[in-house]
Design a protein around this ligand. Structure first.
Ligand SMILES: [Zn+2]
Ligand SMILES: [Zn+2]
Length: 109
């Protein structure tokens, strides 16, 4: 039976279990801290420290091509007539800049 197990032995098991769980949680906490340290000290998670985020609408080009794939239909003469102006317009989403200031970085003081 369990009569031969003394109180100190039980305590020893308890401490062992506590140490084990403490070690496991300490590892988790350590990785959590290093992750947050990385994001606060190092690279921006959003823009990779470029301080800029590419516009999703124009894919960073600052121009929106109108007409989609049908724009491939030759319109050379038309373009010449309009002074080689391509059938693309400035992206209104980013004001033709192609990027925004990173909201994550600009949030920092
Ligand atoms: Zn854009
Ligand atoms: Zn950023």
């Amino acid at each position: 039976m369990f009569e031969h197990i003394t109180a100190s032995e039980v305590a020893g098991y308890a401490v062992g279990a506590l140490l084990l769980s403490a070690t496991v949680s300490a590892t988790k906490i350590d990785s959590f801290i290093s992750t947050s340290q990385r994001s606060s000290l190092g690279m921006c998670k959003r823009c990779g420290d470029l301080k800029l985020v590419a516009c999703a609408k124009c894919k960073g080009s600052g121009l929106i091509k109108e007409g989609g794939p049908f724009n491939l239909i030759p319109v050379i003469d038309e373009n010449r007539a309009f002074g080689a102006k391509s059938k693309s317009s400035s992206c209104t989403n980013c004001r033709a800049r192609g990027h925004f200031s990173c909201p994550e970085c600009s949030k920092l003081p």
